[in-house]
Design a binder for this molecule. Structure first.
Ligand code: IMP
Ligand code: MG
Length: 177
């Protein structure tokens, strides 16, 4: 199949993403100006978002990753498995947890609970996308790039069965693909 047949339509353009990332970075830079900041990205979907975001934040920071995979049955998430542990000590530091998309909230809930046991001073969350209609857990999203409709999306790091992460924009997956 031609890769472009898998994408039903563009939902967020490269330009919109770029502008919004700058806006989020400005907000974060203001809010964390006096912090001992550790940015924690969730693998693998935050790859591009995180790379673009942190380059726009002019603050001292540490950067680390947690690997978490939800084994998926089609587009529905099932079991959560940690695939990479945090290396940095976050005790008494301000953690900014970054994920690609907040869907049911299951992933962030599990990661926040893991981080809490490491006794950071504060945990804030930043997600590029949020699908409010799908929320099952009440997760505070402090910084949200875009609220999107209840559709499965790919691109700019987000995948479907590990495909389409390299698309430069965010597109809705063609459901028949
Ligand atoms: P949650 O645990 O249900 O909130 O799902 C969050 C995780 O599921 C994200 O980190 C994504 O990896 C994945 N996910 C949820 N919705 C989508 C989507 O529309 N496209 C791609 N990945 C998604
Ligand atoms: Mg993810």
């Amino acid at each position: 199949m031609n890769p472009s047949d898998a994408i039903a339509r563009e939902l967020v353009s490269e330009e919109k993403i770029r502008e919004r990332v700058v806006g989020l970075a400005e907000q974060i830079q203001r809010d964390f100006s006096d912090s001992d900041l550790v940015v924690v990205g969730l693998l693998t979907g935050t790859l591009m978002f995180l790379a673009d975001l942190v380059r726009k934040i002019d603050l001292p920071m540490r950067l680390d990753f947690i690997g978490v995979s939800s084994y998926r049955d089609g587009t529905e998430s099932t079991e959560l498995v940690f695939t990479k542990e945090l290396r940095l000590d976050v005790r008494d530091r301000d953690v900014l947890l970054v994920d690609d998309i907040l869907d049911t909230g299951k992933t962030l809930r599990a990661v926040i609970s893991k981080l809490e046991s490491m006794q950071p001073r504060k945990i804030s969350t930043c997600v590029l996308l949020s699908k409010k209609a799908r929320r099952e857990y009440d997760i505070p999203a402090d910084y949200v790039g875009f609220e999107i409709p209840n559709e499965f999306v790919v691109g700019y790091g987000l995948d479907h069965a590990e495909q389409h992460r390299n698309l430069p924009f965010i597109g809705a997956l063609n459901v028949s693909s």
